[in-house]
Write a protein that binds this ligand. Structure first.
Ligand code: F6P
Length: 474
């Protein structure tokens, strides 16, 4: 069947589950991206291609709950070079302000090129004449160019989910020009924030030498590429509904009880990633206890660290550091039945996350750099009683929208301590004033609005076939 919309992402929106009897099945991954794109996929005979994880060979395209999915297999060599290497040990730290030192290896680049080419070739096979192809994220920045070479008839969009660094950092990359040219294969290049789009346009002018004007790049072949910001969001209504459900309300109560009904619960939920500032925030909390501002008898910090990229060296080191810190803080500051930190190295389904959000009084989100950060938006969506405090790093993309949070600089431990304390002591009226405003923002700019604005913009570019718009509820 010809596909009028092809979503190209590093991962499929489903995870492969191995049951106890050894059989395998698929489970929809919790991200909001798929629910936002699903209606437009259905209306346009859409297909989603991506890696299902692991090294399984030759998985056939399949349907999952009405979604057409095309698995892209990876060899061990490709996982090491493309995914763990170039994507997550070169680009990831470089694009996140060098929070860790990026490694530059020519063999990793070669695998990145090969995988990007294979993804582009498969997308070219799947796409109908004049179709729209939407490519996602830093693992696939060369796909737009390769795809355009193969299929000039397509309308191609690219969206970067992570930050795009300033020229001073980006130009360290030995393959900087190739990456810029890769992205320029798209008609529309979307970023989280306007600053990232400006970084890109400036680099294109300086390093590739194309003419630019504001958010437009003029290519010698007559094509125009637009670079603009589309801040991503969450399925706000879905989270709110979940948070109001009886099961989640009950579970939130049970969580508080299991923690010994402390007066205040601080909460962090992050992938275990060095960009997230987990170490600094736990240290700050520990110091507040040590200084006598917070008492372990009536406050606890629940930190959920979701296992991530566990084969990458920097992530292994981080896990050991956090394990040591939590052990030390609990050993030094905890009392019997009252740990300072309740640390969980695991991932949870949406229901449990919603219950944690409902149970927590102070949500602590302190990345050194983050494209957007959806956890803080999920917290806000789940605070249906308009209470709860958000302490948020000014270096998360979300800080541009959630201005009523307690904004902090995660490099400034004293500043972070002061904000944690203020949030801890804030009057209910103050909490409501802030939360009400943030809830309005998150509800109005949800993930459906995000997907629709990107698709509309892409649709308006050029004279290609127009997308069929699914009926939307307001
Ligand atoms: O934020 C970037 C991102 O790649 C997301 O798209 C993804 O959900 C997350 O990081 C986890 O990444 P990985 O696919 O490496 O587990």
């Amino acid at each position: 069947m010809p596909n009028h919309l092809v979503i190209v992402a590093n991962r499929l929106p489903v995870d492969r589950i191995t049951e106890e009897d050894g059989s395998t099945s698929w489970r929809r991954s919790p991200g909001g991206l798929v629910s936002a794109i699903e209606p437009v996929m259905r209306a346009n005979d859409g297909v989603w291609m991506g890696w299902p994880g692991g090294t399984d060979q030759d998985l056939e395209p399949f349907e999952d709950d009405g979604l057409q999915l095309v698995p892209m297999t990876m060899t061990q060599e490709q996982i090491e070079g493309h995914y763990e290497g170039f994507s997550n040990a070169t680009l990831w730290p470089l694009y996140h302000d060098l929070v860790a030192k990026p490694e530059f290896h020519r063999e990793w680049w070669d695998e990145y090129v090969k995988v990007n080419r294979r993804f582009a070739e498969r997308a070219a096979e799947l796409a109908a004449k004049g179709a729209t192809v939407w490519v996602h994220d830093y693992q696939l920045q060369l796909v737009p160019q390769y795809l355009r070479e193969l299929r000039p008839d397509l309308r191609i969009g690219f969206y970067l989910h992570i930050p795009f660094p300033p020229a001073e950092l980006f130009q360290q990359l030995p393959w900087r020009r190739q990456l810029l040219e890769g992205l320029l294969g798209a008609d529309l290049v979307g970023f989280q924030l306007p600053g990232a789009a400006q970084n890109f346009v400036r680099l294109v002018r300086q390093r590739v030498g194309h003419k630019t004007h504001r958010d437009l790049v003029y290519l010698p072949d007559g094509r125009t590429v637009r670079a603009a910001a589309f801040p991503i969001s969450i399925d706000a209504a879905g989270f709110e509904e979940l948070a109001r459900s009886e099961a989640v309300v009950e579970r939130a109560k049970a969580i508080r009880e299991a923690l010994g009904n402390p007066r205040k619960i601080f909460l962090g939920i992050d992938r275990l990633d060095y960009t997230k500032g987990i170490y600094a925030r736990l240290r700050a909390f520990g110091e507040l206890i040590r200084d006598g501002h917070v008492d372990v008898e009536d406050a606890v910090f629940v930190q959920v660290a979701v296992p991530s990229r566990e084969q990458v060296e920097q992530y292994k080191l981080l896990r050991d550091e956090i394990d040591r810190l939590v052990g030390r803080l609990n050993g030094d500051l905890g009392r019997i039945g009252r740990p300072a930190i309740s640390y969980l190295h695991t991932s949870y389904p949406r229901e449990e996350m919603a219950a944690l959000y409902r149970a927590a009084d102070i949500m602590v989100v302190t990345p050194y750099r983050d494209g957007m950060n959806l956890v803080c938006k999920e917290y806000v969506a789940c605070r249906v009683d308009e209470d709860g405090a958000l302490v948020l790093s000014e270096f998360a993309g979300a800080a541009d929208e959630l201005r009523q949070a307690w904004l902090i600089n995660p490099y400034d431990i004293n500043g972070m301590k002061a904000a944690l304390l203020e949030a801890h002591r804030a009057e209910p009226k103050e909490l409501t004033r802030r939360m009400r405003a943030m809830r309005k923002t998150v509800t109005q700019h949800d993930v459906k609005a995000w997907a629709a604005s990107f698709m509309t913009e892409l649709d308006d570019i050029g004279s290609h076939r127009k997308m069929v718009r699914p009926a939307t509820r307001s």
